[in-house]
Design a protein around this ligand. Structure first.
Ligand code: PXG
Length: 288
């Protein structure tokens, strides 16, 4: 495995950054998780754009252009002979002092890891997954905006621990007003009649790339797509439910807090969207 750090490639054992990097000391940095399918990197432009938006929000000046980052991601995939895999793109604030001040950090570091991915078992997509809601509230936007894909993921990790303790692989987080925000590493959708609904970004959701793709596919399939505030009641009484994310893709949800969703089996709209998503990953993306 060859890992990219600041323009150079290192073997896994030698791919290291300083203990004084504020990415480690304070979670001060931003990241992206990206998939490669069939020798192409899926939605690379969108991921690079979101990385720059996250960086801008934390006043971090990435010392490379969008084009340079794009080329570096593709080159890292090439050097690792990745055709199907997962890319982790990280920008840290860089080496600084033990104080908080990011101005004292020398230069942001850019890290690209291109590897394989631990996928959910195929069976899960056919049978569906149970979910629980968790007590940990999603970060409020005025504190740490969930739109920023920052290296500080403790809010999500605390929620993930709760879900895991309850025997679930994902958990649903509410915002401080009690509306549904998103899952710990995935966006959430419900189907109600002809409508496909997902929480608005203002409810505390990440602007998910998969979320956007699925909304476009749903419109093509004749669904009305909306982004209203949703409550737990809305989830429990949905016809269908699914979650989306780069790693998970589209996973059907069959129960939430022990309430059976719809028929208790993946619904027809969900299955159609899973098929359409797979078809897209077969044909789209930047060639490695
Ligand atoms: N919400 C959050 C909080 C995320 O971290 C998504 C939604 C889905 O976004 P995309 O753009 O991927 O459709 C994410 C995705 C994991 C994991 O292990 C998930 C993410 C990052 C790293 C790991 O589940 N982010």
């Amino acid at each position: 495995m060859k890992i990219y750090i600041d323009g150079k490639y290192y073997a896994k054992a030698n791919a290291k950054i300083s203990v004084f990097d504020h990415g480690l000391l304070y979670g001060d940095g931003v990241f992206e998780g990206i998939r490669a399918y069939h020798g192409r990197v899926f939605k690379l432009r969108e991921h690079v754009e979101r990385l720059f938006c996250s960086a801008k929000a934390i006043l971090l000046d990435i010392p490379m252009t969008r084009e340079e980052i794009t080329r570096a991601v593709l080159d890292t995939c090439r050097r690792n002979r990745i055709r199907d895999g997962y890319v982790r793109l990280v920008v840290t604030r860089g080496v600084g002092t033990l104080g908080l001040d990011p101005k004292r950090c020398e230069r942001p570091s850019i890290i690209i890891i291109a590897g394989t991915i631990q996928l959910y078992p195929e069976e899960l997509y056919k049978k569906g997954m149970p979910l629980v809601t968790v007590a940990t509230t999603r970060n409020i936007s005025n504190a740490l905006n969930p739109a920023i894909k920052s290296l500080n993921y403790l809010n999500n990790i605390l929620a993930k621990i709760e879900a895991s303790n309850a025997g679930c692989q994902e958990g649903i987080m509410m915002n401080s007003e009690g509306f549904v925000a998103e899952c710990t590493g995935d966006n959430i959708f419900i189907v109600k009649g002809k409508q496909l609904l997902t929480p608005p970004l203002s409810a505390g959701a990440l602007y998910g790339i998969t979320r956007g793709v699925v909304m476009d596919l749903a419109r093509l399939q004749g669904l009305e797509v909306g982004e209203p505030n949703l409550t737990r009641y809305d989830l429990y009484n949905a016809d269908e439910c699914f979650i989306t994310g780069t790693a998970a893709e589209v996973v059907p949800i069959i129960s939430i807090d022990a309430r059976v969703i719809g028929t208790g089996k993946p619904g027809s709209a969900t299955r159609k969207l899973i098929a359409a998503y797979h078809a897209l990953t077969k044909t789209e993306g930047e060639a490695i």
